[in-house]
Design a protein around this ligand. Sequence first.
Ligand SMILES: C[S@@+](CC[C@H](N)C(=O)[O-])C[C@H]1O[C@@H](n2cnc3c(N)ncnc32)[C@H](O)[C@@H]1O
Length: 290
Amino acid sequence: MVHQPVMLNEVLEYLEPHPMGTYLDMTVGAAGHSMAIAKKLQGQGKILGIDKDKEILAIAEANLSSCGTPYQLAHSPFSEASHVLEKLGIKALDGVLFDLGVSSYQLDLPKRGFSFGKEGPLDMRMNLNSPLTAADVLATYSEKQLSQIFYEYGEEPQGRKIARKIVEYRTRKPIKSTLELAALVSQCYDYQRGRTHPATKVFQALRICVNQELQELEKSLSCILPFLSEKARMVIISFHSLEDRIVKQFIKANLASLTEITPKPATPTQEEQKLNPRSRSARLRCVQKK
Ligand SMILES: C[S@@+](CC[C@H](N)C(=O)[O-])C[C@H]1O[C@@H](n2cnc3c(N)ncnc32)[C@H](O)[C@@H]1O
């Protein structure tokens, strides 16, 4: 499936790319946003793209190579962005974009294990070189640790019950596949949870845990701040309250050097939400370096 860049018009509006600028896309993915920024640079300036998924960087490479704007891509966690910039000899940025979470390419590939609707191994790693998979978490974490993850990263009200069920099940058989886990979680629900699949929050929690998503975000926001030029803009699109809380706290703690351009987060239009249901939970915040 092709990944539709979320809130693309708003990203361009808030980022205000100018042709001579250097822009860092912290979550380049398939380069949907980066290609649109590249067009605004009209063959000048520079796009830098980071992603921890090597497979997706190959797609970004293919897409950006036809844009005619200079670009460089790096396979790295975004928490290491300062090292990437130092290696590339980049001292200052005119804009930074974060479009958090997973891409449709990752979500829709059963072998990556992100989706509870498709049979696949319980992998969920964005970086295929990292050692810990979701199956490892389910096999080795204690009942208490699992219940904590489901509660903290998934805000899952049945977290304890689900953790108990998993620990009981794994004494008989390791939990290896996405559908196996989804079925197990569903058994802990004796009521229909609206239109949402009962395993939604557990899958979110495992993904956040496997990829250390919240720690990554916290670290990267502070590490990129010193690279922002005067009046540089930073746009962050988050998809759940845990991410948005970190962004909000970061902005609040740095108001001495940042101006908040969006005191309330911008949200996708009704039309976009209809066309791309994955955009529904998006919250965009923008700050400008003083
Ligand atoms: C929502 S997608 C970005 C899609 C992109 N904006 C586009 O329009 O094609 C998020 C991307 O960020 C990457 N990613 C998530 N967390 C990361 C991290 N901590 N370090 C580096 N890349 C990360 C994922 O691998 C994924 O490709």
